[in-house]
Design a protein around this ligand. Structure first.
Ligand SMILES: Cc1ncc(COP(=O)(O)O)c(C=O)c1O
Length: 397
């Protein structure tokens, strides 16, 4: 039996082209897709086997309700084991996905005209949802430092006012790859308490953290913070089952949960049987697979970082502390078009377009490196770009 690492390494582009998901079909056969946050790896064997069995028996009927499944207890044990975080299973509710949870939170806990704060650049729905629901966006732009992005706490404090009701936090942070430290989270917590904010902490990337960094759930910062925090997460990112649509919301207080449950039940929709089952198995039986995955991704991250520094000294990047996403600052490249368009046209490689990530995203691309080291996207990259000399020429020279 090959080890999980050998399985990750054995993935080929030809195999991937058989997949029917958005990642491998949107841009056609000539393009290497490195945009959407899906991985190229096979599933953890326990999830693969359970889903195959379900398919083999045509078992696609309605499943039990969320409260009748063991999922809340299973997640609670996972949170204690992985993050030393004590979660009351009674405070967990099911969602179709996190984006649904973001919109529902905006609708339920704020009013049109209220302002909502987030740290940018950020995952597109975290900033777009604000204008889409007629709320006012306060985007506090993070700054790229020598090694990592930094929160500008003074600016953030200045930007908040009595109209600010909600903080949309992404922890760990996509696309900068930041894992916020205890001190940073405490700094945010102080501002949250001073301004009487509710927090939605999107922790979908919590499992994909590279040592010595450590994920700290925002709700675990203090009992006062827990009371005003709704944490959203899912197994879909770490276990590569995004198409199965399933997520959870963890309410830090009964009052927050009661407000959520004023929603008519039909708004959330029923449970996806495969998504719920796969998430239960992920959180119960797949610790070791996940640990191997994270160390494989870490070596991809290190290799990519080294390659970009050596080959493209005019691209700036910070090593992500979490996520399999690298955020590349291409502003110094001598290009005549947006980097995203340039790489797509000249290199036939589809990155995430920096513009989609809100303020601070212009001139950037996001590179998904969750692929086999043998496909060597990062080696193929300059060879695929006819005008790759542009990367070696400094804009101002
Ligand atoms: C920060 C963040 N939140 C949420 C999602 C998507 O979650 P869902 O598919 O459950 O809506 C992603 C996907 O990349 C993400 O990066």
């Amino acid at each position: 039996m090959p080890t999980s690492s050998e399985v990750f390494a054995s993935v080929t582009v030809e195999q991937m082209r058989q997949r029917r998901g958005g990642k491998w079909t949107r841009y056609g056969d000539e393009v290497l897709p490195c945009f959407v946050a899906d991985m190229d790896f096979p599933l953890a064997p326990p999830i693969h086997n359970a889903l195959s069995e379900q398919a083999a028996t045509d078992d696609y009927g309605y499943t039990m309700h969320f409260a009748e499944r063991p999922i809340a207890e299973i997640f609670s044990a996972w949170a204690a084991r992985r993050y030393n975080w004590q979660v009351d299973p009674a405070r967990i509710e099911g969602l179709v996905d996190i984006v649904q949870g973001i919109y529902l939170t905006l609708q339920l806990y704020t009013k049109p005209g209220d302002s909502v704060v987030t740290l940018t650049p950020t995952y597109p729905p975290l900033w777009r949802s604000v204008a889409n629901t007629d709320r006012r966006l306060i985007d506090c732009k993070m700054q790229m430092g020598a090694d990592q992005y930094e929160i500008d706490f003074d600016k953030l404090a200045d930007q908040l006012d009595s109209s600010t009701k909600l903080f949309l936090l992404c922890n760990p942070h996509n696309p900068t790859g930041r894992v916020f430290t205890q001190k940073e989270l405490q700094g945010l917590a102080e501002l949250v308490l001073q301004n009487d904010l509710i927090v939605l902490s999107d922790e979908i990337h919590a499992d994909l953290v590279y040592a010595p960094n450590r994920h700290i759930p925002f709700a675990s910062i203090s009992p006062e913070i827990q009371q005003r925090t709704i944490t959203m997460t899912s197994a879909t990112k770490s276990f590569n089952i995004g198409g199965l649509r399933f997520a959870i919301a963890i309410f830090g207080s009964k009052a927050l949960q009661d407000r959520f449950n004023t929603l008519p039940k039909g708004v959330i929709g029923g449970l996806n049987s495969m998504g719920a089952m796969a998430s239960e198995i992920a959180w119960r039986d797949c610790d070791q697979w996940l640990d191997t995955l994270v160390s494989y991704l870490e070596s991809n991250r290190n290799h990519l970082h080294q390659q970009i520094q050596q080959r493209f000294p005019n691209i700036k990047l910070c090593k992500p502390q979490a996520t399999y996403l690298s955020w590349l600052d291409c502003q110094q490249l001598a290009l005549n078009q947006e980097p995203y368009e340039h790489f797509l046209e000249a290199g036939k490689i589809a990155f995430g377009n920096g513009d989609d990530f809100g303020s601070g995203g212009d001139g950037f691309v996001r590179f998904n490196f969750a692929t086999s080291q043998t496909t060597k996207y990062w080696i193929a990259w300059p060879l695929r770009c006819h005008r790759h000399r542009a990367y070696l020429t400094h804009k101002h020279k």
